[in-house]
Design a binder for this molecule. Sequence first.
Ligand code: 5GP
Ligand code: MG
Ligand code: MG
Length: 183
Amino acid sequence: MDSNDVIADIKHVLYTKEQIQDRIAELAARIDEDYADRDLLVVGVLKGAVMVMADLARALHSHVTMDWMAVSSYGSGTQSSGVVRILKDLDTDLMGKHVLIVEDIIDSGLTLSWLKANLQSRGPASVEICTLLRKPEAAKVEIDVKYVGMDIPNEFVVGYGLDHAERYRNLDFIGTLAPHVYS
Ligand code: 5GP
Ligand code: MG
Ligand code: MG
């Protein structure tokens, strides 16, 4: 019988469940401090950010409201082009709100740079970014990210919301894929 074991597809674990949760708790403490006197709207970018959003929001002690956006980056293959289409927009009017965009990963930065400008044009009081992972070597645009979980090497990672062909999002850790997955 063919194995349906997800773990067999993982080459290397980059961050364990515990390491991710510890880092999210640290980010949440900083966010609580920074927004102590203001209500916060956290905006999760579907689908990758679902896990970070769920854990970060539960680690926060501040009053928050939550909303979601889905965007798709036009471009060939795995390369982000910077041309972004909104698949699902926010339900919330941003006028006067303090907004925190929550992302799984920043690669080229093109998607987020577009998204930040888009949200900023809607009249919010502030827009900041929180990302669990960032690949500094892959950056194509400079983007001011206030909260970064971990800087990682320029390698394709999966798990904890991040997919390869829609799989592996459900893993509670972050890792790289074994070569047999790609072939
Ligand atoms: P950017 O516009 O920053 O290049 O693209 C960011 C998006 O590309 C992420 O939200 C994610 O969907 C995808 N992406 C970039 N790097 C990785 C990676 O290492 N693993 C996975 N699964 N997705 C990635
Ligand atoms: Mg994402
Ligand atoms: Mg993906």
